[in-house]
Write a protein that binds this ligand. Sequence first.
Ligand code: THU
Length: 163
Amino acid sequence: MIKKELKIAYTEYDSEKELPEEQQELLKKARAASDLAYAPYSNFYVGAALLLENGVVVTGNNQENVAFPSGLCAERVAIYAAGAQYPDVPISVIAITCKSKQFHVGEPLSPCGACRQAMSEYEMRHNKNIRIILAGETGKIHIFDSIADILPFMFKSEQLKKK
Ligand code: THU
C-alpha cells in the first residue's frame, strides 16, 4: 500500500485590480453577464465569459427553471453556446463570477462538478489548455492554468475504449 499525494498549483490575487488588463476586461464581461442571469429561485447570479482564440468573447449566465433540474449553470450555457457557434475554435480563457441578492460573496466561485466536466471536454476536444479565472463579488481571485487542475481524476474518453 502506498499513500499518494496530489498537488495542484494555482495563482491567487488579492483583488481584481491586480489582474493583467486583459483578464480584468474578461472578468468585467462575466460580471455583466451575471447581471442578466435568470435566477428567481436561488437569487444567485452567475456569469461566465469565454475568450476564444480568434478574439471573440462568448458569455453565458445561469438560466433557472421552476422545474429545478431543468435549469442550467452559467458555465454550461456559455460553453455550449461557444461549441454551437465556433465548434473549431479553441477557448483560451474562461472568467466566472457570481453574486447573490441575499448575501455578499467575498470568495471566488467554485464551479460545480458537472460544469467542470463540460469545460474539460472542450479542453480535450481541442487539445488546448483553458485558463480559468474564478472570482466572487469582491475578494481574492483564483486562476488555474487548466480545467484539468480543478477536476483531478476526471472521466476521460480513453476509459470508453476497450483495451
Ligand atoms: N450555478 C452556476 O451557474 N454555476 C455554478 O458553478 C454553480 C451554480 C447556478 C445554478 C443555480 O442557478 C444557482 O447557481 C444556484 O445553485
